[in-house]
Design a protein around this ligand. Structure first.
Ligand code: 5AD
Ligand code: SF4
Length: 428
């Protein structure tokens, strides 16, 4: 019996790609192992969004190459493969294959021809979606990619290089995948894309996909990630008023609260226009919560610029947000901008912003105490004695029950909260 090992780094899109690769290997008779020493094929499914993410891949490869079975095939797929291309073979001579995020469906070629190094980092568009087998069973939360790549050329971001220009999948293909997921176990659908609200196929937009998913009885919750602010059009905002299955939670990264920094990031929206969208969303759905990604220490960011990021975080009251120190990436304009910010300043700003966001999160979590929320079961916590649920605002809620007997969806009364999570009990 041939065995495969796969380790996925990075975003949900990568997690999805990893699942498709696993399904393909299963279909070829492989079984999965979580010990790479035992595997006949070892795959690192990689992320290159920050330098640290790329470094992690090469340090993992350094370890693996020494301890793997001598004849095991070793390769990288995903964004680092696309970032470094054939130079990966020079850095790690034991590598057998290097396949980009849109060419991993070529993986069988290395199985058929293991003696020849395989390099393919082409941007193959949608080919990979068509050539790979479907997963047999869906997890409760199904991540369904609807578009890939990005046409907004933010000056810090490597993604337009690694995943290419924006391309939307055909409407009927997404509907078919959504129906398949719902039939095989999904109760929550999360539409995915680097610029998900830019989805456009013929006359179809993201709102049409939400309506189609909502019409499937098994589907109880719908969300989408990640959204570009100026593509939050009125028809989509309206969905938060009319479609109750759409969760009252939206990731809409602002990145910075400074107009100057936003300009240098090539994110051409004003704080006023961003706030106008936030206000429209709140008018559509009073309880909607918004999450953001932030970059601190972008080239030229002053103390005053950073203070504006803190201001906007307080003003919007973001929850569940992600913060990053700016990391210069190859193939991007910001990497060669003047006035790069020293590491210690980036560190201090990150610390301050995290503290601020954590306080905002704590306040929101506390405001939920006493409420009853419909939550989705995620499984056992680390101790195995409690069950983790996910609220409609994507907070974790711990319930004192063993996971095996816990209902998949439940009304949960929130009894306690801190900055990281909630506690709750089943409502009568
Ligand atoms: N440095 C730091 N953070 C980055 N991101 C993207 N590129 C970089 C970079 N070069 C962050 C952005 C984006 C998230 C996925 O990663 O905040 O929204
Ligand atoms: Fe990382 Fe971006 Fe690639 Fe996802 S798309 S794996 S976040 S670089």
């Amino acid at each position: 019996m041939q065995k495969f090992f796969i380790h996925t780094f990075g975003c949900q899109m990568n997690v999805y790609d990893g699942q498709r690769i696993a399904a393909m290997l299963h279909a070829r008779g492989f079984v999965e192992t979580n010990d790479f020493r035992d595997a006949d094929i070892i795959i690192l499914n990689t992320c290159s969004v920050r330098e640290k993410a790329t470094d992690k891949v090469f340090s993992a490869l350094g370890r693996i190459r020494l301890e793997k079975k001598p004849d095991a095939l070793l390769g990288i797929v995903g964004c680092v493969a696309r970032e470094v291309g054939g130079t990966a073979f020079k850095r790690v001579p034991e590598l057998n294959f290097v396949l980009g995020p849109q060419s991993y469906h070529k993986l069988p070629e290395i199985l058929e021809n293991p003696d020849v190094r395989l390099l393919n980092i082409d941007l193959g568009g949608l080919e990979k979606f068509d050539e790979m087998p479907q997963m047999d069973a869906s997890p409760a939360v199904a991540y369904i990619p609807i578009q890939e790549g990005c046409n907004h050329v933010c000056t810090y971001c490597i993604v337009p290089y690694t995943r290419g220009r924006e391309i939307s999948r055909p409407y009927m293909d997404v509907v078919r995948d959504t129906e398949h997921a719902a039939r095989t176990g999904a109760v929550e659908i999360c539409f995915l894309g680097q610029n998900v609200n830019g989805y456009r196929y013929e006359n179809y937009k993201l709102a049409d996909l939400i309506r189609a998913a909502a019409a499937i009885p098994n589907v109880r919750r719908i969300r989408f990630t990640s959204s570009y602010p100026t593509e939050m059009t009125d028809d989509l905002i309206e969905m938060f008023a009319t479609e109750q299955k759409l969760l009252p939670f939206l990731n809409m990264p602002i990145q910075s609260g400074s107009p100057d920094v936003l300009h240098r990031m090539n994110r051409p929206y004003s704080l006023d226009s961003y706030m106008e969208i936030v206000n429209k969303l709140r008018a559509a759905r009073g309880d909607i919560q918004i999450s953001s990604d932030f970059i601190v220490g972008f080239p030229g960011e002053t103390d005053d610029d950073f203070a504006r990021t803190i201001d906007i975080a307080r003003c919007v009251k973001y929850i569940n947000s992600f913060t990053f120190k700016y990391s210069p990436r190859p193939h991007t304009a910001a990497a060669i901008m003047p006035n790069q910010v020293p590491e210690n300043v980036k560190k201090q700003r990150l610390y301050k912003l995290d503290a601020e966001l954590s306080e905002i999160q704590r306040e929101f979590n506390l405001s939920c105490v006493g409420k009853t929320l419909e939550c989705l079961c995620e499984g056992a916590d680390k101790t195995g004695r409690h069950t983790v649920y996910r609220t409609p605002y994507m907070q974790q809620c711990i319930v004192n029950t063993v996971a095996g007997s816990a209902p998949q969806m439940a009304m949960i009364k929130i009894t306690d909260a801190n900055k990281a999570s909630l506690r709750g009990e089943f409502a009568e």
